[in-house]
Design a protein around this ligand. Structure first.
Ligand SMILES: [Zn+2]
Length: 235
């Protein structure tokens, strides 16, 4: 072993003693340092298998609302679960390892799914620019990075933008909020997405309103198709 490698190993062992990396799921310290979960916990996550089947609940959400080529969610999201802990880590504690892992798992699922094989470009759901400035972190973009590491498709963070508007919390009624969400996105560069097969990426799918609005906005640029991939689907 090279001296530098040996020093590196000692240093890693020393850092591990000072700052042990532990699995979010089971607390073991036997895990790959670039991952937030050990392999057993990764294997035991509640996978939906939606990327490889047709006419599942996530695709049905968009029926009659917007023309989606294919859709899928990696995991089932339930309250007080490990999936909820992972999403909290990603969204509110900006834990990049979680986003990369979820993206890699989505990437592995779609790389072998025929209905996703034509994807040309990955588009993460954007945050409002004021929000990115204050947080410096877009969880959907981090998931896209993880997908890219497996699928090797370009990420387009420019074409779809979010308007700089007031918070949805200030809009009291449900109809106000639905109207608001329709107008939330702006197409920035129509030429860039013309004729492309887009994979739209988000962290959690609940009503589908945000993804529907983003897809409607992207359609103005005449892409060949729009598909959807999310990390978790709320039951
Ligand atoms: Zn574990």
């Amino acid at each position: 072993m090279h001296t530098y490698d040996r020093i590196g190993n000692y240093l890693n062992a020393f850092l591990h003693l000072l700052y042990p990396q532990i699995c979010f799921g089971c607390g073991t310290d036997q895990l790959d340092t670039c991952k937030p979960l050990c392999n057993d916990c990764i294997q035991d996550l509640p996978y939906t298998e939606f990327f490889s089947i047709q006419n599942h609940p996530v695709e049905k959400i968009f029926w009659g609302r917007v023309d989606i080529e294919a859709a899928g969610a990696l995991l089932f999201f339930t309250k007080d679960s490990l999936v909820q802990d992972l999403i909290t880590q990603l969204k509110y504690h900006h834990n990049k390892k979680v986003g990369i892992l979820l993206g890699q798992l989505i990437g592995s699922a779609i790389v072998s799914a025929p209905k996703f094989e034509l994807i040309d470009v990955l588009i993460p759901i954007p945050l409002r620019s004021s929000k990115i400035n204050s947080r410096g972190f877009n969880q959907s973009h981090v998931i896209a990075l993880g997908i890219q590491s497996v699928c090797h498709r370009p990420i387009d963070s420019v074409s779809l933008r979010k308007r700089r508007w007031t918070s949805t919390q200030t809009l009291k009624s449900r109809s106000d909020r639905l109207e608001f969400v329709q107008d939330v996105f702006v197409l920035n560069n129509a030429a860039q997405i013309k004729g492309k097969n887009i994979l739209l990426i988000d962290d959690v799918l609940t009503t589908g309103a945000t993804l529907e609005a983003a897809a409607h906005c992207l359609m103005k640029g005449h892409p060949a198709s729009i598909s959807i991939a999310v990390a978790a689907y709320t039951l």
